[in-house]
Design a protein around this ligand. Structure first.
Ligand code: ZN
Length: 436
């Protein structure tokens, strides 16, 4: 895979005269306030400050969201992650990698001398007129070396509103309906750390907080701005906290992820009087229903109270500047389930189409993709789905029933995005394979 070359540093004496004026990232202090006195670390600064800045600058210029440096024998490897996909970067001698690691730890207000314990910190940074919080994590690996993970969020890229995440109007409307009825459980399913909290928050955001009393009982890292956080009293059980919220006329309650049978039962019972939104660890929507039935041990309760299960996966969007249109073969269309009237689909450019390095797309750095969107799967607990739940909640049987009722699946949603020319069939194939 070809990458646009990263920006170089203009402080070097041997820099080419005609090289454009290039800018390095600015580091503006540790997030934890523990900003180091660099004059006390003269040798480290001399050896590693510019290489550390170059590493971060290069990654930012490549539109990466993360870089990982991993010791491998005498050399260390670097890996860049762009839109969730890894690309190999330069290899560097062990001492150079160690210098960068120690430098970034120091800048993040961490102790560079502590190398046998994981540490985590952040550096307030700016690059290209934008502010970033560069997160630094180090983890000890075998042989006394360390792995370094450097990551940040592009302030211009948000994947947290319902529409960023791929919710369509019909789904938003459905969520609002349950809020209005003040009843039932909406599960938001996904693998742990797979962005499921963001999806759950987006689900809650579909409900108009001016029209309804939406309370957050979940323990979130950051409070949700427009929703009242309902404090649980010390010593209160979940049941008691929910009862208090219901006394204050809650319509919708956002609760912590369901992980144990008691929580599952409490929430299902209480969803008689308010709509609940909860995260649930599962592979997809059908898997979530099946697991909830097992966890609660009560298929009848689940069939009665569970209303909707939403799940999401992220896929990359084609770069609008370099995507190639092609006329799909009608047989292929039939096989993958797209209407035979589909006139055009798009794909990323192939490497042999970029003969010269100048032909590499500036916008996406030659990856063919730029940014991501969510695919959404939603299973509504209809009478048909209820029957499957009551007869054992087999995940395959649930998927089959959902398909028969034409509910939105990752496949159907992915094909919609491909037919709109926003992603490629190759990307769908890659993402589905990775999710399996
Ligand atoms: Zn491009």
């Amino acid at each position: 895979m070809i990458f646009r070359r990263g920006r170089d540093d203009d402080d070097d004496d041997d820099v080419d005269e005609d090289e454009e004026d290039l800018e390095l990232v600015l580091f503006q202090g540790a997030v934890n306030g523990n900003t180091a006195d660099l004059s006390k670390h003269g040798r480290l600064v001399q050896a590693a400050l510019i290489p550390a800045k170059k590493l971060v600058t290069d990654a930012l210029a490549r539109r990466a969201e993360m870089v990982r440096i991993e010791p491998k024998g005498k050399l260390s490897t670097s890996t860049y992650f762009v839109d969730g996909i890894s690309y190999p970067g330069d290899r560097m001698p062990g001492p150079a990698a160690l210098g960068i690691t120690q430098m970034l730890k120091l800048l993040a207000g961490l102790d560079p001398n502590v190398r046998d314990k994981p540490q985590s910190g952040g550096i307030n940074s700016s690059y290209d007129e934008k502010s970033y919080e560069v997160r630094i994590d180090n983890q000890p690996v075998q042989g006394g070396a360390e792995r370094l993970i450097v990551r940040w969020q592009d302030p211009d890229v948000t994947l947290d509103t319902p529409s960023d995440l791929g919710f369509d109007e019909a789904l938003v409307e459905k969520i609002r309906e349950y809020a209005k009825k003040k009843t039932g459980l909406i599960l938001v399913a996904g693998p742990p750390l797979g962005g499921v909290t963001t999806l759950a928050k987006a689900t809650v955001r579909c409900v108009d907080a001016y029209l309804y009393s939406v309370y957050c009982l979940a323990h979130l890292e950051k409070e949700m701005s427009h929703i009242r956080t309902f404090q649980s009293l010390e010593g209160d059980t979940l049941d008691q906290t929910i009862t208090r919220a219901l006394r204050e006329d809650a319509d919708v309650l956002f609760v912590d992820p369901i992980r144990d049978p008691d929580t599952a039962k409490t929430i299902l019972d209480k969803s008689e009087r308010a709509a609940f939104v909860a995260e649930f660890p599962a592979k997809d929507a059908a898997d979530a229903i099946s697991r909830l039935v097992k966890l609660s041990g009560d298929p009848k309760l689940v069939a009665g109270k569970l209303k909707l299960v939403i799940s999401q996966m992220l896929i990359r969007l084609l770069c609008k500047k370099c995507r190639h249109a092609f006329r799909p073969n009608p047989r292929l269309l039939g096989k993958i389930g797209l209407p035979p009237t589909t006139k055009v689909l798009y794909r990323p450019p192939r490497e042999d189409e970029e003969e010269e390095e100048e032909d590499v797309c500036e916008r996406c750095g030659g990856t063919g993709y730029y940014g991501r969107t969510g695919l959404i799967e939603a299973i509504e607990v209809t009478d048909g789905i209820k029957k499957v739940i009551l007869s054992g909640a087999n995940p395959d049987a649930l998927r089959q029933q959902a398909r028969a009722e034409k509910m939105q699946s990752f496949q159907s949603d992915g094909l919609r995005v491909a037919a709109e020319g926003r992603t490629s069939l190759e990307e769908l194939q890659r993402a589905f394979k990775a999710a399996r």
